[in-house]
Design a binder for this molecule. Structure first.
Ligand code: ZN
Length: 301
């Protein structure tokens, strides 16, 4: 089976803020692991190779409005664009805080038309709700450029704010920009029902399951229940993307194992007895790569 990872990250300590380095240290302490101060694209390539993952989507984050960043906005776009240049299997989005106004709009256009970025990654926990009218020009531009947007939702790191991560703030955007394709990252954990509801209601909204290996490793029932609910609401399989958030959850479950878990996922009897439906191999395949091939790599179904 082909596999596309819809959600990965790369960085080195030279491109992230001191505060983010500190957040990495705190997160590692919480999980009892070594902090990851560097995760260059070479590490991603090795992990993809080992797990037989064909393609991946890098999602840079712009925290430049509330933290001192070592690189300017443009330098950061270029850093990510350069790391994937010449690679047809790994693509990058542009990370951009929409509070940057006209400067950000110009950078979004430059990133896509000149630097080859394939979508916009938005990170609301940096301090904004996505449905502010002042951000509408961004959604208009993305619609015109025909690029998808990936929006972080739910849990976040120590110095960012969870309240801005509620998936509900994407509903109005999805309704007002029906041609804009929006991905709700992480199925909104802990607002899972909310994320599935927003995706179920809006034909242009999908969810990605990255980060759920944290549950798969300790409480797999939560993953089964989420997939069963998503199927009930017709979000699974056509509006769900498999992803990992590599390398952030390697401590919980290595990439290869997470892939195997999802590729072989079956809804347990306890849920079937409640009335949920079983998932099929064909449906799982749609989630593992078909949706992503269409959305990010322009392949025809
Ligand atoms: Zn992520």
């Amino acid at each position: 089976m082909r596999v596309i990872d819809a959600h990965v990250h790369t960085w080195t300590r030279d491109i992230i803020s001191k505060k983010d380095l500190e957040a990495r240290r705190i997160a590692a302490e919480r999980e009892g692991t070594e902090p990851q101060f560097d995760s260059p694209i070479e590490n991603l390539r090795v992990a993809m190779d080992k797990a037989s993952i064909e393609k991946a989507v890098i999602l840079p984050i712009d925290s430049g409005l509330n933290q001192d960043m070592p690189l300017s906005l443009k330098e950061k776009t270029d850093w990510h664009a350069n790391e994937v240049s010449g690679d047809s299997n790994i693509i990058t989005f542009v990370g951009l805080d929409p509070r940057r106004g006209d400067e950000g709009l110009a950078e979004l256009e430059r990133a896509v038309t000149e630097k080859g970025c394939r979508g916009w990654k938005m990170y609301p926990p940096n301090g904004f709700y996505p449905d502010e009218m002042e951000f509408y020009p961004y959604y208009e531009l993305c619609t015109n450029l025909e690029i998808p947007i990936m929006v972080h939702t739910g849990f976040t790191s120590r110095f960012k704010h969870i309240k801005y991560g509620q998936p509900i703030y994407l509903d109005k955007v999805a309704a007002d920009f029906p041609k804009l394709r929006i991905v709700i990252a992480h199925v909104g954990v802990p607002w899972v029902d909310e994320a599935i509801t927003v995706a179920a209601k809006n034909p242009n909204v999908l969810v990605d399951v990255s980060g759920w290996q944290a549950f798969a490793s300790r409480m797999p029932h939560r993953v089964y229940k989420m997939v069963a609910d998503a199927k009930l609401m017709r979000v699974f399989p056509n509006k769900m993307l498999w992803g990992s958030d590599f390398p952030l959850f390697e401590y919980a479950m290595p990439l290869e194992q997470w892939l195997g878990f999802f590729a072989n996922l079956k809804i347990p009897k306890s849920l079937l007895d409640m009335g949920y439906s079983q998932v099929t191999k064909d449906e799982i395949e749609v989630v593992m790569w078909k949706n992503a091939a269409l959305l990010f790599f322009g392949e025809k179904p």
